[in-house]
Design a protein around this ligand. Structure first.
Ligand SMILES: C[S@@+](CC[C@H](N)C(=O)[O-])C[C@H]1O[C@@H](n2cnc3c(N)ncnc32)[C@H](O)[C@@H]1O
Ligand SMILES: [Zn+2]
Length: 328
C-alpha cells in the first residue's frame, strides 16, 4: 500500500506495511522524521521535520547529561535549567560570565539581525548552505551540527532550512554567550536548540558532534576538539583581505587590509579554503549604522570617523569572506 507524503506541496510516496514504513523514495528519511495524520480527503499526510534535540547537552555544573522535562532541563544531581518561553535555555553560569551582560549587547544583536535579514551577506549564507548540504549528504545519516557563536542565528537557521529541503535530517545546536542574540535566534527557528553558553565551556557531550560552524566568533581549539567526533569537521569564517574596505576608508585616514590569519587551531588540519566575495550597496543611513554596529570598528573608531560615516546616505563596499574547512 502506498501512502502519499506531502512535502512543500510536492507528492512523494512511501510503502506502508502492517503499520510500518518499509520503503520510501526520499533518501535519508526515517519513520521518526515523519508526522502522520489524515487530511480532509482521508489520505495520510506526512511532513518531514527537523528534530529539535537536547540529548547531547550536559549540565554546566556537574557535566552529567541533561534530561528534557518539557519546561526545564535537569540532570541526575537535580541541577535544573528553565526553558524560556521562546524555547532557548540558559546554561551560562554566573561564574563563567566575564561581565554582567557578556557578548553582543541588545543593540548590536538587533542591528545584526536587521542587517542580515536584508540579505547583504546572502552569498556567504548560500555558500555555507551548499557546503553543509554537500558534505553531509555524502556522509552518514543523522549528523549533529553546532554553530559556535551563532549570534542571532541567521546562518544556523538558513543551514537548517537548506538541510531540511535536501531531506537531510540533522540535530542542530546554536550557542552564544549573548542572551539577547540567543533570544533572537530562538525566535527564528523552533527546530534548533539554542543555548546561552560560552565557547570556552561548551555544554555538549564529548565526541558527539559531526560539524562545527564558527563564523566571526571567538575560537577555542581544545573545546572544539573535545566535542567533535574523531573525523568531524570544523568550518570557520573569517574576514578576507578586502572585507568592508570602503567602509574602513570612510572611518580611517589610513585604512588597512585584513591579514587573513585564521584562528590558532593546533588540533585540526586545514583541508580547504574557500573565498566568497562581492560588492554591496547600502542605500540608507539605518543600514550603514547597522553594519557599523556589527563590526569591531564600532568600538575602536575615533569620533571624526564615525561622524564622517553618519553623514552618508549611501555606501558601496566590498565583502570578502574566507571559509576554512578543517578536519579533526
Ligand atoms: C561577530 S558576532 C557573529 C555572530 C554570527 N556567527 C554571525 O556571523 O552572524 C560574534 C558573536 O560571538 C559571540 N561571543 C563572543 N564571545 C563568546 C563566547 N565566549 N562564547 C560564545 N559566544 C561568544 C557574541 O555574543 C556574538 O554574538
Ligand atoms: Zn548537574
Amino acid at each position: 500500500m502506498y501512502i502519499y507524503v506531502i512535502i512543500d506541496t510536492s507528492l512523494y510516496y512511501v510503502k506502508y506495511l502492517r503499520g510500518r514504513i518499509v520503503r520510501h523514495n526520499l533518501p535519508g528519511l526515517l519513520e521518526s522524521h515523519l508526522l502522520m495524520g489524515y487530511n480532509q480527503l482521508g489520505i495520510y499526510v506526512y511532513k518531514v521535520i527537523l528534530m529539535k534535540s537536547t540529548k547531547h547537552l550536559i549540565c554546566p555544573v556537574c557535566h552529567k547529561p541533561l534530561l528534557d522535562k518539557g519546561k526545564s532541563l535537569t540532570c541526575e544531581n537535580s541541577h535544573s535549567f528553565d526553558v524560556a518561553g521562546k524555547g532557548y535555555v540558559n546554561l551560562l553560569l554566573s561564574q563563567d560570565k566575564n561581565s554582567k551582560d557578556p557578548g553582543d549587547n541588545k543593540d548590536m544583536a538587533k542591528a545584526r539581525k536587521r542587517f542580515l535579514d536584508k540579505g547583504y551577506y546572502k552569498p556567504l549564507a548560500d555558500g555555507l548552505c551548499d557546503l553543509f548540504s554537500q558534505s553531509i549528504k555524502s556522509r552518514d545519516d543523522n549528523p549533529v551540527l553546532l554553530d559556535a557563536g551563532c549570534g542571532d542565528g541567521y546562518y544556523t537557521d538558513r543551514i537548517g532550512k537548506s538541510l531540511q529541503k535536501a531531506f537531510i535530517n540533522c540535530s542542530i545546536y546554536g550557542i552564544d554567550i549573548s542572551k539577547e542574540a540567543i533570544r533572537l535566534a530562538a525566535g527564528r527557528n523552533k527546530e534548533i536548540s539554542f543555548v546561552v553558553a560560552s565557547i570556552f565551556k561548551i555544554p555538549l557531550m564529548t565526541e558527539k558532534i559531526d560539524y562545527i560552524l564558527n563564523a566571526f566568533a571567538p575560537s577555542n581549539d581544545s573545546e572544539f576538539s573535545r566535542v567533535l567526533k574523531k573525523d568531524g569537521f570544523l568550518v570557520t569564517v573569517i574576514p578576507g583581505r578586502r572585507h568592508l574596505y570602503e567602509l574602513k576608508s570612510v572611518l580611517y585616514e589610513k585604512p588597512y587590509e585584513n591579514d587573513e590569519k585564521g584562528p590558532a587551531l593546533p588540533s585540526f588540519k586545514l583541508e580547504d579554503r574557500i573565498r566568497i566575495n562581492g560588492f554591496i550597496e547600502l542605500d540608507s543611513r539605518e543600514d550603514i549604522a547597522d553594519l557599523l554596529a556589527m563590526t569591531p570598528y564600532y568600538w575602536r573608531t575615533p569620533r571624526e570617523g564615525i561622524e564622517r560615516l553618519n553623514r552618508l546616505n549611501k555606501l558601496g563596499t566590498e565583502i570578502d569572506f574566507i571559509i576554512g574547512v578543517y578536519k579533526k
